[in-house]
Design a protein. Structure first.
Length: 429
């Protein structure tokens, strides 16, 4: 006779009402977790009880290492930049790039006003052009209705500043799309923008006789751009051949979407790491960045690389960066608040400009590695640490395993396990 396996089900009524320990008990039984695994989940770190207030059905947290990128000189000001990321070499690469940029004055940055777009989708409109005219004719009334929703933001100098109306053709017929242009000041702004868009929807329906469907912020924040520029002296980065190699690598990305996707991913390695460290929405930033890269109808690099008259390398970056330093997770998460203090930024615009500089630095580091020694040499030596740990190495043995793996150029878990076993036998002998 064999014991019948207990039926498992994920159907759980009222799971959200349970406390952390009861949820963990259910997950433990469902997944067959041991006590050590439950202990890992139970440790909520600096968040403590706040974790259960931030999202639903909490059973633990997922810590990500925080590194500090050094050497950054931005608009004449020095920054230490917290980066939350699990990928090896990113923090080191950004720091090294920033060091090279200092020879020509570091990074120069700028940004536009923190204007976010709230979209209102109007369907079933018999005369779209006439509806557009009517909405624009009533602009002042619409702006006033929107601003009634957030008098504090208006008092701070923000609020809805303008509106646009677009008519788009769809397979279901023409739609009228209203854009509220909202200055959200030092917030990311989603809650304020969504509330304003919802508040004016009934009035727009009344004006046009159409039906409002969606009322939602757009993550393609084309009015909220951050820019950074840096000059890298040719002698500081390896000579004229390296400059040419980087420019050619950029041109490859510009003309090939398969390469461009990886080019932009490298930029986002740095950008996302700072966005996460400061408690901002990296998913919104990613969506906006890649949409902006495609806004011409062709997917293009977010950076540009060229030579100046001295044959030094010049890099620039421009992308939407709707980040905040107030509200949301930035005001709740204790680690995010500490990281913002380390950065010392005073406005959301300053934070966006710092992030743009990191993205440019990250891209330079990746292109330089690709154009010279190849991406694997530096990356794999750092990746070898993770492989060694995964293979069971601990303490001082980690460094010994890494040294062997890198020397052999066999950074694989199976080889790491062989090395760990061999070293363990040596230690016992």
């Amino acid at each position: 006779m064999y014991k019948k396996e207990k039926m498992r089900t994920s159907k759980r009524s009222g799971f959200y009402k349970l406390g952390l320990e009861k949820r963990l008990e259910i997950v433990r039984d469902f997944a067959g977790l041991n006590e050590e695994e439950i202990k890992v989940l139970r440790n909520t770190g600096s968040l403590g009880e706040i974790a259960s207030r931030m999202i639903e059905n909490v059973v633990g947290t997922m810590p990500v290492p925080i590194g500090i990128a050094v050497n950054f000189l931005i608009n004449g000001k020095d920054y230490l930049i917290p980066m939350a990321i699990e990928e090896p070499s990113v923090v080191a690469a950004a720091s090294n790039a920033a060091k090279m940029a200092r020879e020509r004055g570091g990074f120069q940055t700028s940004s536009t006003e923190p204007i976010m777009i709230g979209q209102i989708q109007l369907t079933d409109v018999s005369d779209p052009s006439s509806a557009k005219f009517t909405i624009l004719a009533n602009k002042d009334r619409i702006l006033a209705l929107a601003n009634e929703q957030d008098p504090m933001l208006v008092n701070l100098g923000g609020g809805t500043k303008d509106l646009e109306v677009r008519v788009i053709d769809t397979t279901a017929g023409p739609m009228v799309i209203v854009h509220l242009l909202v200055n959200v000041k030092d917030a990311m702004g989603a809650n304020a923008v969504n509330t304003m868009a919802e508040s004016v929807a009934p009035f727009i329906e009344h004006l046009t006789g159409g039906k409002v469907n969606l009322r939602i912020i757009s993550n393609l924040a084309t009015y909220r751009l951050a820019r950074a520029r840096a000059v890298f002296a040719k002698d500081a980065i390896g000579g004229a051949e390296v400059v040419d190699g980087i420019v050619n690598a950029y041109l490859f990305a510009k003309h090939d979407p398969y390469r461009c996707a990886t080019h932009n991913k490298g930029i986002m390695n740095g950008i996302d790491a700072v966005v996460i460290a400061t408690g901002n929405d990296f998913r919104a930033i990613e969506a906006g960045a890649h949409s902006y890269a495609s806004i011409t109808g062709k997917y293009l690099p977010l950076t540009r690389w060229e030579k100046n008259r001295d044959n030094d390398l010049v890099g620039t970056i421009e992308l939407p960066l709707p980040v905040g330093i107030v509200g949301g997770t930035t005001s709740v998460h204790p680690t995010a608040k500490t990281n913002l203090k380390i950065l010392g930024v005073k406005t959301a615009n300053e934070l966006a400009e710092v992030i743009a500089a990191v993205g440019l630095a990250q891209n330079f580091a990746a292109l330089r590695a690709l154009a010279t020694e190849g991406i694997q040499r530096g990356h794999m030596s750092l990746h070898a640490r993770n492989v060694a740990i995964a293979a069971g190495a601990k303490g001082d043995m980690i460094d010994r395993v890494v040294e062997i793996l890198v020397r052999e150029k066999k950074v694989r878990v199976d080889r790491a396990k062989e090395v760990v076993n061999s070293l363990s036998l040596e230690n016992k002998a």
